[in-house]
Design a protein around this ligand. Structure first.
Ligand SMILES: Nc1ncnc2c1ncn2[C@@H]1O[C@H](COP(=O)(O)OP(=O)(O)OP(=O)(O)O)[C@@H](O)[C@H]1O
Ligand SMILES: [Mg+2]
Length: 412
């Protein structure tokens, strides 16, 4: 381990007293730093991507997702992270499952202080070694100079394009709700309406400011944060910033693809996530968004025309040499009564389905009409859960190493 570098530890346990006790046990260890604490498996996954720990101390029985499942996901997403299971269960079966999931060590609760610190030190060393190995592989394949701007400096935001080659699949619904799930005080998100003729993002959020993307694109060469701040609509209900579509369809053609690219690049310096809603019609602007984006949330519904269009779009991506590993493929308006199942769709297109958002007219349609996105007050409903799993898939895609290595700006 590099001298002076502390071992970063994330504590995961649903009982606050246990989290506090572990924190106290570790507070005087000068080479160990507790960088966060999570109350559940799902929260642990999120905090791993945000705090980048070396070692995770993981409980087993927790609400929403147990520690073994969380371990498996964390190890897949960030293989250098070492997981130490802390549990009251001395059961061999648990231990075996934990090890199979990729856990490094298994300690029974409450741990002996010496045992805990020595286990953390060993695991921390291993994590640092793994990280260094990964960095070497990375460095041998690419140089900093060839990296896209989005990877140089951790403050660069990520652009997430929401697209469907079939109109009405639910892009705006998904884009707005996804942006809200990704948005928080630490990772501010903005939503950009690139459906330039009939964009309705602002309406979905019950806003009707007079500013639009047209106030920024002509200044694409000379943007600064003050100008952008002035133009963005700040949704008071959620804090989300909105860049809306031009006020009239005939203004759409004033927006040039090159300006959209520059604008999105600039927004990366201001927001952690920039979610872009697009129209199904492929034109220069759509391709510019595709070029800049880090992830494409590609949406389909369970019908043959939609699936046919997805296939045509994937072919187009191939022809234009856009990397397909940016795709997070999702089904919206899923209805289990329809025979075209997600499995069949995935098999047919040879594309893994990352999230399924159910059809829920009772929740979704009134939420659109009221201008109150359903993830705000309906988090436990199936549609909101679908969006949460989509957000998880997007986050995982963003930290996937292969995608980063193959990413090259300005492909066309
Ligand atoms: N999961 C869902 N369950 C029920 N209704 C939905 C769902 N998702 C979207 N809808 C409804 O489908 C309609 C179309 O949705 P939306 O406007 O988001 O689609 P779009 O892809 O943005 O369409 P366009 O091509 O016009 O931009 C809306 O009435 C919306 O309420
Ligand atoms: Mg739309």
């Amino acid at each position: 381990m590099a001298e002076g570098e502390k071992i970063r530890v994330l504590v995961v346990d649903d009982i606050s007293e246990t989290r506090e006790n572990i924190r106290k046990l570790l507070q005087f260890e000068t080479d160990i730093e507790v960088v966060g604490a999570a109350r559940s498996g799902k929260e642990a996954i999120q905090l791993v991507s945000e705090t980048r720990p070396d070692v995770v101390l993981m409980d087993i029985n927790m609400p929403d997702m147990d520690g073994i499942t969380a371990t498996e996901i964390i190890r897949k997403q960030t293989p250098y992270v070492q997981v130490v299971i802390l549990s009251v269960q001395g059961d061999q079966n648990y231990m075996r499952r934990a090890m199979l999931a990729g856990a490094r060590e298994f300690l029974t609760k409450p741990p002996m202080p010496d045992e805990l610190t020595s286990t953390i030190r060993k695991a921390g060393q291993l994590a640092q070694d793994e990280k260094a190995k990964g960095a070497q592989v990375f460095a041998s394949q690419t140089s900093i100079a060839s990296l896209p701007l989005s990877m140089v400096g951790s403050r660069r935001g990520k652009v997430i394009m929401v697209y469907s080659p079939k109109g009405g699949a639910g892009c705006t619904t998904v884009a707005v709700n996804l942006a809200l799930v990704l948005h928080n005080v630490e990772t501010e998100a903005a939503i950009v309406d690139a459906n330039l003729q009939f964009g309705d993002v602002a309406v979905f959020l019950n806003e009707q400011g007079k500013n639009s993307i047209l106030d920024l694109t002509p200044r694409a060469e000379e943007l600064d944060q003050d100008i952008v701040n002035e133009v963005m609509i700040k949704n008071s209900a959620t804090g989300l910033h909105i860049l809306s579509a031009p006020p009239k369809p005939e203004f759409a053609e004033k927006v040039k693809a090159e300006q959209v690219s520059k604008l999105l690049e600039f927004l990366k310096s201001m927001y952690a996530y920039i979610v872009v809603d697009t129209s199904s019609y492929v034109n220069d602007v759509t391709l510019a968004v595709l070029d800049v984006c880090d992830v494409i949330v590609l949406l389909t519904t369970q019908d043959i025309p939609s699936i046919k269009n997805i296939r045509l779009f994937l072919d187009l991506m191939l022809t234009l040499d856009f990397p397909q590993d940016k795709v997070v493929f999702s089904i919206n308006k899923f209805d289990k009564r329809i025979g075209i199942t997600p499995e069949k769709i995935g098999e047919n297109l040879k594309l893994q389905i990352s999230a399924v958002i159910p059809l829920d007219e009772r929740v979704v349609i009134p939420s659109v009409n009221r201008g109150v996105p359903f993830v705000i007050d309906n988090k436990a409903q199936p549609a909101a859960k679908g969006i949460l799993s989509l957000a998880e898939a997007v986050r995982s895609k963003l930290i996937e190493p292969q995608g980063r290595l193959r990413e090259t700006p300005g492909r066309r």
